[in-house]
Ligand binder design. Structure first.
Ligand SMILES: C[S@@+](CC[C@H](N)C(=O)[O-])C[C@H]1O[C@@H](n2cnc3c(N)ncnc32)[C@H](O)[C@@H]1O
Length: 345
């Protein structure tokens, strides 16, 4: 009832998408033999939507039309940093619109790490929006089970990465993902720190410390909530918790902004369609930072994403701030909401 009001004529199509099988993307693991894996995925007729968007943006800018050369890292080394302005050096394969083929499970490479990570491809957009740059100190405030942490590491840009999640069982899953995809020496040297704390306190724990912060908050996980009975957030027993979500989300976003150095950037994301958990949380946190801390925050324009990735995802065209990928039968990814904020100096 709520979403039919929020989305009007678009709701029936979003609803059918949510009730139908979701599509996945295969995030190529550059710590395995990335180029060989990419060729295998291409032989399945899948396409690297990040690379395609990059080439399209280059064409638009009148730049080189050739494929960017992405060198595979030497065994155990972080991959080469970004060579795509504004788009980190990641490769994620999806099947075309309307093609509902599925990827086979990833195999173990000769280097002892899995060849690709299967995820909702729209979940990569918050990482692309964060756009890590070489040498960045990055905080992933709500990191488990770790798909976005892995993508952040794969950009090769993290000089220091803190991956935090309040749940110890979920941080265990995150450690397992890292072990399965990232060789020990690329995780070592204190470069990656996995912690299990309450993200709401990060502003006091590590103020002004990070160049970029990802705040991928707990939410109503709309697609999952429709199909899973177990521990469903819409059960009566969890009413209070559900009603308190926007408050928790605002506190986490505020903490993420406080942990960012002045001039640094934050991406806020959810897998919910709810305006209350998306745009309203962003506006609330911006107001809170101004009123309580005298800190200015600017919401960045991400509308170029809508154009760049229109062949792969369906976007809701009317977000006041941020961008929202909505499920659609021909491109059944999301929901994913993401919004980029810059902490002013
Ligand atoms: C949407 S999930 C994160 C998904 C993850 N970023 C990924 O890409 O795999 C939200 C996470 O927030 C965590 N969480 C909930 N409350 C938190 C808090 N106060 N501080 C830190 N993490 C929290 C949950 O345990 C959950 O793992």
């Amino acid at each position: 009832m709520n979403y039919s009001v929020q989305f009007g004529d678009l709701w029936p199509s979003i609803r059918v998408g949510l009730l139908s099988e979701q599509k996945y993307g295969a995030l190529v693991n550059p710590f395995a033999s990335g180029d060989r894996v990419a060729l295998q995925l291409e032989s399945l007729n899948a396409k690297d939507f990040v690379g395609e968007a990059h080439r399209a943006s280059q064409r638009e800018a009148g730049g080189s039309q050739s494929d960017p050369q992405v060198s595979p890292p030497a065994p155990g080394q972080a991959p080469v940093g970004t060579d795509r302005p504004g788009i980190p050096n990641l490769r994620c394969y999806t099947f075309d619109r309307g093609d509902v083929s599925r990827f086979p499970p990833a195999r173990m490479s000769q280097l002892g790490v899995l060849e690709y990570y299967l995820m909702d491809a729209a979940s990569l957009l918050p990482v692309l929006a964060l756009s890590p740059q070489p040498g960045d100190a990055i905080l992933d405030l709500c990191a488990a089970p770790g798909g976005k942490t892995l993508a952040l590491l794969q950009t090769g840009c993290c000089q220091r990465l803190t991956a935090n999640d309040i749940s110890t069982s979920r941080t265990e899953r995150l450690r397992k993902v890292l072990r399965s995809y990232v060789p020990a020496d690329a995780r070592g040297d204190g470069r990656v720190q996995v912690t299990s704390g309450d993200g709401r306190h990060w502003g006091e724990l590590e103020a002004d410390a990070y160049d970029r912060v990802l705040v991928d908050v707990p939410c109503t996980t709309d697609r999952h909530s429709l199909s899973e009975e177990d521990n469903n957030i819409f059960t009566r027993a969890r009413n209070k918790e559900r009603q308190m979500l926007p408050m928790l989300q605002s506190q986490l976003l505020a903490a993420g902004l406080l942990s960012t150095r002045p001039g640094g950037e934050v991406v806020y994301s959810t897998c919910s369609l709810s305006h209350l958990q998306n745009e309203y949380v962003v506006s609330g946190a911006v107001e809170l930072l101004a009123d309580r801390y005298g800190i200015g925050v600017q919401v960045e324009d991400l509308s170029s994403f809508r154009q760049l990735f229109q062949n792969t995802f369906s976007f809701f065209p009317e977000c006041r701030v941020g961008e929202l990928v909505v499920p659609h039968l021909t491109a059944n990814f999301g929901p994913t909401y993401f919004c980029k904020l810059r902490r002013l100096r």
